[in-house]
Design a protein around this ligand. Sequence first.
Ligand code: ADE
Ligand code: ZN
Length: 334
Amino acid sequence: MTQRDLIERLPKAELHLHIEGSFEPELMMQLAARNRIDLRFKTLDEAKAAYDFSNLQEFLDLYYEGMQLLRTEEDFHDLTWAYLQRAAADNVRHVEMFFDPQAHTARGVPFGVVTEGILAALKRGEKELGVTSYLILSFLRHLSEEDGFALLKESEGWHDKFVGVGLDSSEMGHPPLKFERLYKRCRDMGFKLCMHAGEEGPPQYVREALIDIGVDRIDHGNRSMEDPALIQILKDTQTPLTNCPLSNLSLCVIKDLKDSPVKAQLEAGLMVTVNSDDPAYFGGYIGRNYEKTAEALGLSDAQIVTLARNSFTASFLPEAAKAKHSAAVDAAAG
Ligand code: ADE
Ligand code: ZN
């Protein structure tokens, strides 16, 4: 079996995916026409040419611009449904999906429109594709902690629909401790805690997320590798890291996929997983992330299987479901 076949056959969970980052130019063009909105880009090629970033902020500017096209419940449904079909084709069996409500409510789209559209597609995904899902409410870290509290209040009617909360957007200058009180409240409410840290930010940001805030999962975490004592803590606690190799490459977090920390993290015994982040912008869904990473780093078959198994272990699924999926990984590995 080639590694490509192995990757295709392995059941996988995707734990780091921003649904707004799966907005493909084709769907953008369709929604622009449906909602009668003028697009800055007139052709698909023009739109794709803009996808050349040199840092996180350049990407975020385009990411927020693209979202302006999402207006109705149907739009959010169609976006989510398109992602789920692609994920299912890559043998993703479970997804834990971020969404950025503040990016929509700030431009007048009601929270319920966004959330109900996404939830309708997730329900359909489970029924028609057999892909289970959890939704993660993500706070924008360039906004204030008060804005985060306001979102928590606004979303009250839907709290049972979210497994946890996340923190994303511009990392530098917005350390985890800026959101200490908000995260304490979320923890007390029973939410799982995720946080982007160490994508561009220093190892200190990962330490704050892990030690001061006590998150359950670190999104990215690349720069942890600069701090040996932090690596030891990540190993001892088995705190999952949701790495996104093609995202790291596109946003110049690494210069070459050969510089991805995934292999070193596997060899150090960390609970690392491979994910797509914003697949429409970074050149690939989860299957391609596995393939390109395996190729660049020369991962062994056993390491690829470990990544697939980790994806379920690191999920927020109940233990019985994790065990069932892990058995399916072993069966597919042969
Ligand atoms: N929002 C969407 N993708 C992101 C990323 N890679 N980092 C921070 N915020 C994001
Ligand atoms: Zn992300």
